[in-house]
Design a binder for this molecule. Sequence first.
Ligand code: MD6
Ligand code: FE
Length: 211
Amino acid sequence: MDLFSEQHPELVPLAEGACWLPGFALPVMEALWRNLQQHLSEYPPQQMMTPMGLMSVRTSSMGDWGWVGNGHGYAYSAMQPGTGLPWPRIPPVILQLAAQAAHKAGYHAFVPDSCLINVYAPGSKMGLHQDKDEMDFSQPIVSLSLGIPATFLFGESKRTDKPVKIPLQHGDVVVWGGASRRFYHGVAPVKADTHPLLGPRRINLTLRKAK
Ligand code: MD6
Ligand code: FE
């Protein structure tokens, strides 16, 4: 019996079409974190207002389509709020990682055109929601977690279904699509902690094909 892989499984099925890849990003973490730090210094994450109120996370984007909220709604936007400039491209290390994770989960030739970056300070959370603003639901979403741990809540097709709790750690990737593409999900309030590389925060990247 291989105790190591029993305790650190490579792929954990979550639901039809969805899986968790613990530690999948660790081999490229150095290049990934270098690129991400550079991005965050040039495009500081902002707290977005949605019709539900001010979000507790701070958001930045990469790729052809960023995610922007204002008091009236939220949408993919080719322009940054404020400057009206386009978003920077998604760095190759992130594109490659997303394609490899999607492939491992059974989604081939995934080419995202949008990368949302959510920064969680201790106490930040994400309410249960569906991701349904993308054009093509045959394309999966690849989600990458960095920094302090968080409890990811993975629900079902109804908001009232009791969600499964997934303890996401630095370097974990979640891929979902297919039958679970529109499942409800969220993040429980992040507990106070400090990560050796990122400090007291969690950063989540979601890579999508928006258009
Ligand atoms: C988060 N993630 O993990 C929030 N959405 O911080 C999401 O809302 C999400 O992880 C769609 C697909 C994957 C995700
Ligand atoms: Fe989401």
